[in-house]
Every structure is written in C-alpha cells, then in structure tokens.
Design a binder for this molecule. Sequence first.
Ligand code: ABU
Length: 383
Amino acid sequence: MPILNEVLDEGFCMNVYTPPPESVAAGSPVNSHNEWDPLEEIIVGRLEGSTIPSDHPVVTCNIPGMAARAQALAAGFRFPKFMIEPAQEELDNFIKVLESLGVTVTRPEPYNHKAKFSTPNWSSRGFCNSCPRDSMLVIGDEIIETPMAWPCRYFETHSYRPVLKDYFRRNARWTSAPKPELTDELFDPNFTLPEKGEPLRYILTEFEPVFDAADFFRCGRDIFVTRSNVTNAMGIDWLRRHLGEGYSVHEIKSRCPNPMHIDTTILPLGPGKILINPEYINPDELPDMLKKWDILVAPEPDPIEDKILKITSMCGKWLSMNILMIDEKRMIVDPHHTNMMRQVEKWGFEPIPAPFLHYAAFGGAFHCATLDVRRRGTLESYF
Ligand code: ABU
C-alpha cells in the first residue's frame, strides 16, 4: 500500500480494478487467437507513475539518438508533465473510442515505477505500464508474463496482478516464464549497432531465455516472431516448447538495425492479409506460408515536424504501422498518418482515427498500448 499512497500523494487518481460483469464467467475471460477477430475486451496501459528508464546498454541501444541522450541524463526521474499531459489526453480519448465501439476496457493499477528495487546482482528503478503488449502474451485462454530484458521492467506485471488474478479466478490460464537473472552475462559488452550493409547483430547473448511479447504476432496455430535486442533465440525456443505441438512458431527475418518489437515491422490485418514495412522486410525472405498472403506494403510514414515530439519519441518513424484491429475491417489509426489512412481505405479497411503521437514518448502507439485479451473466435489454422 505505501507505493500506491505515494502515487496518490502526487495527485494521481486511484482507480481500483473492478471486474467486469459475470457475462463471460462460463468460459474464460481470456480468449484471443489472432490479431483480427472481433474485439471484446482489451487491457489499455497507464501513464501515472511513469519514470524515465534507468540507464542500461540494453535500453539505450533501442532508443533513437536524441531521446537516448535525454534518457541517459534524466534516468530514474519522473517523466515531466509537458510529456505526460498531452499523452494522457490522447489515451483518455483512445479509451473513449474503444468503449464507443462496444469494447470492454480494462486497466492496470496506478503504480509507483520510481521506487528502487534490487535483485542480488543489480538494482534499478522501474519504467511505466504504458505498453501491456510487451510484458504479457495472450495465446488462446492463457496469459504468459514474459521474461523481459530491460532491468527497469522487471516488476512491470505487478501493476496488472489484480487483473490477472481476476482472470485466473474466472478460468483463464496464467503463466510466468522463468524470471531472468539479467546479469552481465546476458549482454554483449562490445555490442554496437550494425552500420548499413553490416550483418545484423544483437546485444543479447544466449545466457538465458528472454523475450518481449511484442516481438510476436498470432495467426491462430501459427505464431510469428522476430529476434531483437530484447528477444533471443533461447526465448523463442522457450515459447515454442511451452506451447507444444498445437502451435508452430516461425521466425521472420527483419533488416531493422535496432530491432525491438515486430509491430512496426510486420503485422497481420486479417486472414490472408499482411502489412509489411518495406524498409525492414524483404518479401522474398518471408516464410513461404506468408508469401501466399496478400502482402500490403505500408506507405511512407507522414513526417513528424514537431520538434518536441521528435526529440521525445522512444520509437522510430514506422510507428504509423502500429495499428489496432477492432475486427477484420475496422482499425484504429493516427489521423496524422494520412498516407496510411488513405492506403488502408484503398485496401478495403475502415480506419477509425484517434490522435496518439504523444504516446510515442512512452514506447508505442495503439498496438503497443493495448493487450487484446478477448476476441470472438476460435483457434484456427490459416495456412
Ligand atoms: N514498441 C514498438 C516500437 C518499435 C519502434 O520503435 O519501431
């Protein structure tokens, strides 16, 4: 409780988790097999208590230049109001849009991410719970807490525990992957980002399994993943063996020099439809099964000229692709990205605009900021 009190002392409102009505009690409240079935319930992240990530090479190697310098200087401090307030406004509106579409929105607890914590080997402060997509992976009726590589995210799922316990009580399966040690052995001390034309390399060693859920996307019995600076081969293997024979996990080759999360590189928009980032994905190198799908090439992102947004963003320009499917036709898109809005219309989708550019300072856009826990549908094979 002292942690929550500290958050409250700083003027944040307390919003204790209230379970939704018992309408889904018969089955599991968690049921999501892909990225496009009709959306019924979603967890949306929070900004209260957000703290600038503690300094660590695995953090800085993934943050764009200006933001990385600011992060190194201000590590461990609260995000300033001028960043929180506009992002909070966007978040509140996004939640209203989801609710107006009939989606149940569930939230984590406010949490004091500034509190220092330690393991026997290291100590850190936290970060935030803006992006539930990273720390939890939903496969069917199971929620898996992921073994994340950023030390400042070590206890991030604790803010979701009231929600997770409620889902568990109502029949969901709840798993946590092995908690990583995150000692120096996991990180290559000589790592530098690859220059153009150099082969890809990653900061992670294979000391232990680590992965972020956002490096995976789901198409029923087939799960796709990119290796990254937060997901190593052992992490992919852990998930593959955990899921067992009912699923196949396929690796997708990305050309992104500092990969972290698949959802600005490649994302399915429906059965047979895959959106790709032309800078990072060579269609000839896709797994054969995906080559049979309609390959929708994302248009060039509309440039962001606002200096503050440019300096504070933790993300790359392809955040224009970080869309959330409401069903096979409707999707949430940032209206700034007019190229994307127009293009998806041409492909036959219905974009629903919601401004969200300020949220990039906290790690993402609509796909990152959410975790679709229930979509109306069953486990299928799409290949
Ligand atoms: N968390 C997704 C953001 C990835 C990117 O910066 O492209």
